[in-house]
Design a protein around this ligand. Sequence first.
Ligand code: G6P
Ligand code: ZN
Length: 544
Amino acid sequence: MTRILTVPTQPIDGQKPGTSGLRKKTKIFMGPHYLENFTQSVFDAIGGVQDKILILGGDGRYFNDRAVQVILRMAAANGAARMIVGQGGLLSTPAASNLIRKLGADGGIILSASHNPGGIDEDFGMKFNGANGGPAPESVTDLIFTRTQELTEYRILEGADLDLSVIGETEMGGMAVEIVDPVADYAQLMGELFDFDLIRNLFIGGFRMRFDAMHAVTGPYATAILEGILGAPKGTVVNGTPSPDFGGGHPDPNPVWAADLMQAMFGKDAPDFGAASDGDGDRNMIVGRGIYVTPSDSLAVLAANAHLAPAYKKGLAGIARSMPTSRAADRVAEKLGIECHETPTGWKFFGNLLDAGRVTICGEESAGTGSDHVREKDGLWAVLLWLNILARRIEPVEQIMSAHWAEFGRNYYSRHDYEAVPSERANALIQRLRDISADLPGQQFQGLTVEQADDFAYHDPVDGSVSANQGIRIGFTDGSRVVLRLSGTGTEGATLRVYLERYEADPARHGLPVEEALAPVIAAAEEIALIREFTGRAQPDVTT
Ligand code: G6P
Ligand code: ZN
């Protein structure tokens, strides 16, 4: 007989969900009661899980398998009706979002620290998504945090582990557990959105692609869809087997961490198209032969060409981008005559707009793009939409980009990150900008005149909620812009992000090196924000 244990516990400090769930060092998550306390707080904050159906899976990082077993036992002890779990405890974030929606579940738990490294000395994370398939809104994450601060006990079933490797239905203390193929439903959805026959023909015609799964969860998805269904040659997907420590790397699809892919795409005999995805499969990186496409540009190009894919043939309702994302997409929205929204950083802010049918495509500079097909950003979706567009236009990526810039102008863009800055100093830098922002308009810095400056506050047009203090925006009269904000996903000190943007309408000036095009904006950012003085750093740690 399995027994339900009620275990006395005490609140644990710091269980405050950030931009994307609770993210901590793995060893912290493995500490006494840590995972259990947080899981019980999630359950309590959503009004209990009695008779509810939840989806459960993760990106396969170290401790994923153990955490799944604990959460299953706790769900059973808390009276859940059914848990639907990806085979082996695996589910990409977009696939989990799809399952929640498709199966009408009450929500889901996703185990991931996204693009952060995995392993016993690295990071682990847990996030809760609601019945719409999207990340819990702040109202819910606030309730979760409050609950963590008052928790006195949690419930868990005694008993042995379940075998997660076998697809099918089993039972645990009266709760049904259904183990599903993590890929099948997702692949079916992609087949409904895109013209798979056309893409298949592209590969038959000799089109070559390299998809770097970065030893993370998209390996099985990309292999099944690209090499399996779409007939891309074997070997198109590299690093396709998920490993608990992501092969020792950062599963972060950007030119720094996906350096191998960059090298292949800029090297001799480069394939036509390159792409990568992150730990949990929601981020993407797009590279053409000899050309890197920034996430902000990718959003704009996808929005401008989405009508070439069956699911978006009717056109888009609107476009949304996070505030620091470049304004390239705004120009597309303007031309298409559709709504354009600027939201705070974090995919959860798109949820209301998507649910209300106000926007179809969303994107963030942090390598996230997605649409109303799920309520998460979706790495492989972006790659498949690109493929669908390439299969229709039969033009190299480079040509698609230059044509796009010629039509809309180019938003040169770069992000400078200052990592592990002592929190007081980073906070002081932002506070000072808040204090002086009202006085900046009209002032000149490095030849640029400030037009507007504020600390971004978002007024959600759907539910009327206000999210304040979302980052400093400084716009200049020539269309350039600097944004400064502190990362919400770091696990050590503060990370200052400085986002730099300059608009260039003249096609004769679309081929400049990015740092050169941005030089005046970079200098103005330094003069206004005193980054060196506050951080004590002469250079950013990472430039993307
Ligand atoms: C996560 C969220 C994204 C967000 C990103 C920002 O990946 O899912 O929606 O854009 O964090 O991270 P940051 O470190 O800049 O707060
Ligand atoms: Zn991610």
